[in-house]
Design a protein around this ligand. Structure first.
Ligand code: SF4
Length: 956
């Protein structure tokens, strides 16, 4: 095994040398502003604990409520604790020259360094170890790992308890690391040697300990059977990658409506296979309507309320049609949740029903989940990054993780990986199949190819709207040929199409692109001569490279000029919108819609002149890149090392260059009449975004998607507004379709109440926020948790959390408040796990969150969900209507409200109460439109003082 000579520390044995697991508590996360308030450390060797160190630390800073609640440490305790100056030497002595283990070394060691205590000891990070060794683990927090390994962790967020847990987690992870084969361990060490990855010390120590394993793991692999240095046995991987033969379409028979009906009827095949089966008339009606639409090659829009069982209502006719014609039916959803539910819950039921009918067995109906290419690992790109001379820490860590994952994965789908926090996940973009070009080694294993091959041999492809739309934009190629499309969660179609048919570019994107041509270590102009080192580059090519370097430098200068002008133009033509405070995700920003009148102004004309100059240079850059690419191919130098990397880089640069040029041209000088253009800039950031979205997506969808399919079925639980599909039809262009609205089979009148307080202030009144906070508190106490409050703004949510948190604490109620970037799924899990919980959520909780049964009893909607008035897309679309508020804003808001309310009753046995704290629902005329669109719950209009009684009645 390679030795770790370039590391500064002498090798330390993970098993036989002394280590110190260390943890700090601090007043906050900022090492420059916050102070250490507690230190905990455990000294150990192997499995033997030698000593512990624990002390609180005096600080002049006041502890925040959050820290007091998180740690349980109070102000008096730290006030009475010794000063850091007296603690530091003792800690230094305790640690000595032992190896240091922390769960997130960066936090602890940087805090210590800022407090003038630096260590030069070998270091190990248990977060890093878990990230690599447990590639699919759902959580890498110390608490979660301690739980996983049954480690002793009595007081999370107390330093000594955390240090002890870190020690135990380390010992467990070390056992896993020791089971790695020699080759993998050796490759991981190589990765650490080419970076500053923190696990270098541990791997170096393991390398010495595992000398013995050489004998057990002889490095005798045939290199031709492995993918570069990844150590993958191609044969074994190829066996794991299942493929299907392409379907051979045949003339089938039309769907028998009576047969479809029978499957879903009493004593039908489904009733014989599902224990909890119930006949739903709405489900039968929907399934036969889907079958009719397929038979008659026509369109159908069907809204099915909660509990109809719409998935099986389209899966059954879709599957029978696909089987009898040996064709593919594409089923598209907006969310991964629904895709998973279809695959895990509904497709198995479908299989069973078809088996009972003797028309299917697992062997016959093939069903595949297909995702966009960015979801699949590209083995070639991974191998290329793996062989790079220098790696950053995130890359080394990710590559090591992937090497372990590759031993088992059958799909190469990133969904199986926990990619961790934002920067940790960044290298994925360099490894995914997204921008991979033609593979130079055809016949070798490829996850993307295998997923597509499986799709080509599948009767049902479950995918997302994004892939269907990308396939449409590219004119095919991403999905196999298909003529029946079923879109579930269809109310997202317009929004998704808007994203796909528009663009967003920024000055940083352009600068990064130009620097990838010339300007950094890995740029084309740098790699090109290095790749051709062994052969003479001709004069012409050398000149091209020189010229490219000069042109990119010039382009960066002009881009800066152009975007400065655009920023100034936006600033002087817009009013700053300040939706919320500094820390909000919607921090102060300048957002200017570039409308025709502005394009005629002097300021705009000046930016056009700058763009003309930049565009001329861009054209020459494109030409030079094209010449370089041609040179590679005409010389047929495919044997040169790294030629694939170079070829891929040039191709990617050329494609992106074209996209940027087209987008800038469209934004600045040649706007599309169907385009909405706007400049966006957060005032505290230097990045300036130029955005375009289509005003209307219906023509494109009709011409390029709907009209190309024989049958298209749109479905979802919230497509209609005020009892019709006018809004959906107008916005998506999905017309000439049979339309069907099927209510929920649940008895909403007896299972749910809608409480509308008649004495709450208007949302614009200053007292409103405190009134909703009081209502949330009272409702949650009455229901003993089991409450979710949905907000329309982070600002209001944050204020509510701040004011309510101590009150909830006094009542022993757990409050879970969403922050930007929080994972809704982990919040949901916490809500389900802790019985007396209140969840305060915003956007992502309005739909797709399932909290069935007794977990959710009270649903509070704080405010009607109207869209942000200054949103450029909405404001441009509103202008298309004579009465935009009634015909555009209200329908959008109704759909969102229906989605929100849909969280309350998920199963037939659910019971609960919804409370809408927005008086506009009862006091404004348009309120009736909202109320007419909601399920028929028992409606109660009364004063807030009666709310608790009603909650008690509907929740007990
Ligand atoms: S075929 Fe393409 S995506 Fe697949 S491994 Fe090769 S380069 Fe990557």
């Amino acid at each position: 095994m390679e030795s770790n000579m370039n590391k500064k520390n002498k090798p330390i044995s993970p098993s036989t040398d002394i280590w110190v697991a260390l943890d700090l508590e601090a007043t906050g996360l900022d090492k420059n502003k916050d102070d250490i308030i507690e230190v905990g450390a455990v000294k150990f060797k192997g499995n033997e604990t030698l000593d512990t160190f624990n002390t609180l630390v005096n600080t002049d800073l006041q502890l925040s409520d959050f820290i007091i609640q998180l740690t349980g440490i109070n102000q008096k305790e730290v006030d009475e604790a010794p000063k850091w100056e007296s603690i530091a030497p003792k800690l230094s002595k305790f640690v000595g020259d032992s190896g240091i283990i922390c769960h997130n070394t960066k936090f602890d060691l940087e805090f210590l360094e800022t407090a003038n205590l630096s260590f030069d000891n070998p270091v190990c990070d248990t977060w890093d170890m878990a990230y690599v060794l447990l590639p699919s683990e759902s959580k890498y927090s110390l608490q979660a790992l301690a739980e996983r390994f049954n480690a002793n962790h009595k007081s999370p967020h107390r330093a000594l308890s955390d240090a002890i847990a870190t020690q135990h987690v380390f010992q467990k992870l070390l056992k896993i690391a020791k089971q790695l084969d020699y080759e993998t361990l050796n490759e991981m060490l190589r990765l650490s040697n080419r970076s500053n990855w923190v696990l270098g010390d541990l791997l170096n120590g393991l390398s010495i300990e595992s000398e013995f394993s050489k004998a057990k793991n002889p490095a005798n692999k045939n290199p031709r059977r492995t993918i570069s240095a990844l150590g993958i046995d191609e044969e074994a991987l190829n066996k794991r990658l299942t493929t299907l033969s392409p379907l051979n379409p045949k003339d089938g028979y039309p769907l028998e409506l009576s047969e479809i009906e029978e499957i879903l009827s009493l004593n039908g095949p489904l009733s014989k296979t599902l224990s909890a089966f119930e006949v739903r008339d709405e489900q039968i009606e929907m399934a036969t309507a889907v079958a009719e639409a397929i038979n008659s090659s026509s369109r159908l829009t069907v809204e099915a309320g909660t509990g109809v069982g719409k998935s099986l209502a389209y899966l059954i006719p879709g599957a029978i049609y696909a089987l009898s014609h040996n064709k593919t039916v594409v089923i598209s959803t907006n969310t991964i949740n629904l895709q998973e539910q279809l695959l895990k819950n509904d497709v198995p039921k479908l299989h069973k029903a078809l088996e009972k009918m003797n028309i299917d067995s697992q062997e016959d109906l093939k069903c595949t989940l297909l995702k966009g290419r960015s979801n699949y690992l590209c083995l070639e790109r991974t191998a290329r990054l793996h062989s790079a001379e220098n790696l950053n820490d995130d890359e080394a860590r990710m590559l090591a993780k992937i090497m372990i994952w590759l031993k088992n994965t059958k799909t190469g789908d990133r969904e199986e990986l926990n990619l961790g926090y934002q920067t940790a996940r960044a290298p994925w973009n360099k490894l995914s199949s997204e921008t991979a070009l033609k593979c130079m080694h055809s016949g070798r294993p490829c996850f993307l190819k295998s997923a597509r091959q499986r799709a080509e041999g599948s009767h049902l492809i479950i995918t997302n709207h994004a892939l269907v739309l990308s396939d449409m934009v590219m004119g095919g190629g991403l999905l196999p040929e298909y003529d029946v499309l079923i879109m579930d969660e269809a109310h997202h179609l317009e929004e998704e199409a808007t994203k796909h048919l528009g663009f967003e570019i920024s000055n940083r994107m352009i600068r990064d692109h130009l620097e990838s041509i010339s300007g950094n270590e890995t740029s084309i102009c740098n790699i090109f001569p290095r790749t051709f080192l062994t052969i003479q580059l001709n004069e012409n090519i050398r000149e091209k490279l020189f010229e490219l370097t000069q042109l990119t430098t010039k382009s960066i200068e002009i881009t800066n000029l152009l975007f400065n002008d655009l920023s100034e133009f936006a600033r002087s033509n817009s009013q700053q919108s300040q939706y919320s405070s500094k820390n909000s995700p919607f921090a102060k920003q300048i957002r200017l819609r570039v409308i025709d009148t502005l394009r005629k102004s002097q300021g705009w004309i000046e930016t056009l002149n700058t763009w003309d100059i930049l565009n001329t240079i861009f054209i020459t850059i494109r030409k030079n890149l094209g010449d370089l690419e041609e040179y590679i191919h005409t010389k047929e130098q495919s044997d040169l090392p790294n030629i694939e990397t170079l070829s891929e880089s040039i191709n990617n640069a050329l494609n992106f260059h074209q996209t940027l040029s087209d987008s800038l041209n469209s934004f600045l000088s040649n706007p599309d009449t169907n385009g909405i253009y706007w400049i966006n800039k957060l005032t505290e950031e230097s990045e300036i975004y130029l955005n375009m979205a289509p005003l209307n997506v219906s023509k494109t969808l009709e011409e390029n998607l709907f009209s190309k399919k024989s049958s298209v079925i749109m479905t979802g639980a919230t497509i209609s507004t005020n009892g019709n599909f006018d809004h959906f039809r107008n916005n998506t262009g999905f017309d000439r379709s049979k339309e069907l609205i099927l209510g929920s089979p649940f008895d909403y009148k007896t299972s749910a109440a809608l409480f509308l307080p008649n004495d709450i202030s208007d949302p614009n009144q200053p007292t409103y926020q405190s009134e909703i906070e009081n209502a949330i508190f009272e409702a949650s106490v009455t229901a003993e948790g089991k409450t979710m409050a949905l907000f329309t703004s982070y600002q209001s949510l944050r204020n509510a959390y701040k004011n309510l948190q101590p009150r909830f604490q006094a009542e022993n109620i757990n409050v879970i408040a969403q922050r930007p970037g929080d994972s809704p799924d982990s919040m949901r899990r916490e809500f389900l796990k802790v019985p007396k919980s209140v969840l305060l959520g915003t956007s992502s909780f309005w739909e797709g969150v399932d909290l069935p049964g007794d977990h959710l009893k009270v649903l509070i909607i704080t405010r009607l969900p109207f869209h942000v008035p200054t949103d450029p897309i909405h404001s441009a679309r509103e202008e298309q209507y004579e009465n935009s508020f009634m015909d555009y804003s209200i329908p959008l808001s109704i759909i969102k409200l229906r989605q929100g309310l849909g969280r309350l009753i998920r199963t037939e046995s659910d019971k609960g109460i919804a409370i809408i704290l927005d008086s506009r629902l009862t006091k404004r005329r348009y309120g009736t439109q909202f109320l007419n669109s909601l399920p028929e719950m028992t409606q109660i209009q009364s004063s807030l003082s009666t709310m608790s009684d009603h909650i008690y009645y509907w929740t007990k």
